[in-house]
Structures are given as C-alpha cells and as structure tokens.
Design a binder for this molecule. Structure first.
Ligand SMILES: [Zn+2]
Length: 140
C-alpha cells in the first residue's frame, strides 16, 4: 500500500509541465552567477538594480518580477565574510611595515575594507537574489 503512494508522489513531481519547469529550468549556479554580475538572473540581458542596492521592479528584458525577493541580511553577512578573509591576512604586513605609522596603517586597512565592501555588497545581493529565485523559495 505504501509502495503505491510513493510511486504516485514521484509521478506527480515528474508531471510538472509548467512552462518554467519545461522550457527554462532554474539553475542555481547560473542564476547566482548572473546575479553576481548584477544582471537579471533569468535572462542576463538587463540590469538587476536600478540603484546601488535597489532592485528593479521587473526585468526590462524578460519581465521577471524582482521586487518580491528579499535577500535580507544574507548579502551583508557574505560581504563581511569575504572582506574579512581578504583584509585580515593583510593586517600583519601593513601594521609591521617599516617606516609606516600606526595611523597610516590603520587608515590603509580601513580604506581597503571599505572599498572592498562597497564593491562586494551589491554583487552579493545579486547572488542571493539569483539563488533565492532559482531555488523557487518564493513559489513553494
Ligand atoms: Zn530578465
């Protein structure tokens, strides 16, 4: 009896013939990469953001709605993870550099961390939006 149920479930999953599932499967890696490039995760033909971190309402090329996907704190967390792993190894080299004052060393490290964070944050937000969209988290 339970064997019949499992077969029925498999058939119902495989019977998903929606246009999205048949024509264009949502590949997480591809969508994340397109989001990281700050382009539409679905088509990659239009920008994903209309401002620094403000996503467009709909894709100008394919019409996919992007304003519903909230990445929340994920991009900030990922940015801190990346920037911390890049800046922390530089710390001893800059702090113990010959002839450099402590204020100059701290200023250099802060500037590197700030610029790298500003560069990374929108890319991480695009990556998260692409991954969330590809995983279908909003539709299930
Ligand atoms: Zn698009």
């Amino acid at each position: 009896m339970s064997k019949d149920r499992s077969i029925a479930v498999v058939l119902s999953v495989n019977a998903d013939t929606s246009p999205d599932a048949v024509i264009q499967p949502r590949l997480k890696w591809r969508a994340s990469k397109r989001g990281f490039k700050r382009t539409c995760p679905k088509c990659a033909n239009a920008p994903l953001f209309r401002a620094y971190l403000k996503s467009v309402e709909h894709c100008a090329s394919c019409g996919e709605p992007w304003s519903e996907i909230r990445a929340d704190d994920g991009p900030a967390w990922a940015t801190m993870l990346v920037v911390g792993h890049v800046v922390a190894p530089l710390f001893p080299f800059v702090i113990f550099a010959e002839g450099m004052s402590d204020w100059a060393a701290i200023s250099i490290l802060c500037a590197v961390a700030l610029l790298l964070s500003l560069w990374t944050l929108p890319r991480m937000k695009g990556l998260f939006i692409g991954f969330i969209w590809a995983s279908g988290a909003l539709t299930s």
